[in-house]
Design a protein around this ligand. Structure first.
Ligand code: NAD
Length: 261
């Protein structure tokens, strides 16, 4: 229970990787604010489950990460409720796939806002408190696409590359304040979102489940295995530990060898 007495804010944590971060940090004793969209009853049941399973406080904020005012408001609520935000995990993210000449302007703006600018606004809001208390951990979910590109993902790849630049810059600014700032860059992670795409792809391409997984989804991932949300969350927990206090400004890959190729 290394994080007892700490409080964490995890954006985009109503499902997938974000929910795994929130649960892993709560397991270590941290209070957590979860955020994101989805079915209200399902979110409430996840929130209550975190409290009952791990004996911490868990609150929910529906703040929209494309809205800077709502981001600042969410940080304020977490600080008021818990007394601090010691750990910030920037995780909310969306994707849109289209050739650059057809890429809708509003999708570009939305992806840049949620996947990149939201991290800037949240970091800006939590840094003063972290500096005052002399401790902080900021972790952002980037992606293998923060290191390499794929066609038709201009906004996503730009935002994720930008997130790494933001991370390095802030890491230098707060280097002597005992605040570390890092990115985690997963390859293909097994989330409900990914799982749901399999039947449709099987039908569309006339492929078996194994063919879809190996020849479509995991073509770029040398291990031919998905990363799990628990593995990504475990890396974030490590980054929050004292053992990781000298890791800052880094972009840590967890991608089955994707970006080694
Ligand atoms: P997901 O769709 O399961 O989760 C995304 C979360 O963000 C959800 O909780 C959703 O409600 C929330 N969200 C979306 N728009 C929001 C907004 N405007 N305001 C607040 N919350 C919002 O996806 P995931 O796969 O768990 O992805 C999480 C992060 O990991 C993203 O940043 C994604 O780019 C990154 N990532 C995912 C993979 C993968 O293979 N799944 C790989 C690399 C990086």
């Amino acid at each position: 229970m290394a994080l007892t007495s700490k409080s964490a804010l995890v954006t985009g944590s109503t499902s997938g990787i974000g929910l795994a971060y929130a649960r892993a940090l709560a397991k270590e004793g941290a209070n957590v604010l979860i955020n994101g969209f989805g079915d209200a009853a399902a979110i409430e049941s996840e929130r209550a489950r975190i409290e009952s399973e791990f004996g911490v406080r868990a609150i929910y904020s529906p703040a929209d990460m494309s809205n800077p005012r709502e981001i600042a408001g969410m940080v304020e609520i977490a600080e008021t409720t818990f007394g601090s935000v010691d750990i910030l995990i920037n995780n909310a993210g969306i994707q849109h796939v289209a050739p650059v000449q057809d890429f809708p302007d509003e999708k570009w703006d939305q992806i840049l806002a949620i996947n990149l600018s939201a991290a800037f606004h949240a970091i800006k809001a939590v840094i003063p408190g972290m500096k005052r208390r002399g401790w902080g951990r900021i972790v952002s979910t980037a992606s293998a696409h923060s290191l390499v590109a794929s066609p038709f993902k201009s906004a996503y790849v730009s935002a994720k590359h930008g997130l790494v630049g933001l991370t390095k810059t802030v890491a230098l600014e707060v280097a002597t304040d005992k605040i570390t700032v890092n990115c985690i860059s997963p390859g293909y992670v097994w989330t409900p979102l990914v799982e749901k795409q399999i039947p449709d792809t099987m039908k569309a391409r006339g492929m078996s489940k194994d063919q879809v997984i190996n020849d479509v989804m995991l073509t770029a991932q040398p291990t031919k295995e998905f990363v799990t949300v628990e593995q990504v969350a475990a890396l974030a927990v490590f980054l929050c530990s004292d053992a990781a206090s000298q890791i800052t400004g880094a972009n840590l890959s967890i991608d089955g060898g994707w970006t080694a190729a």
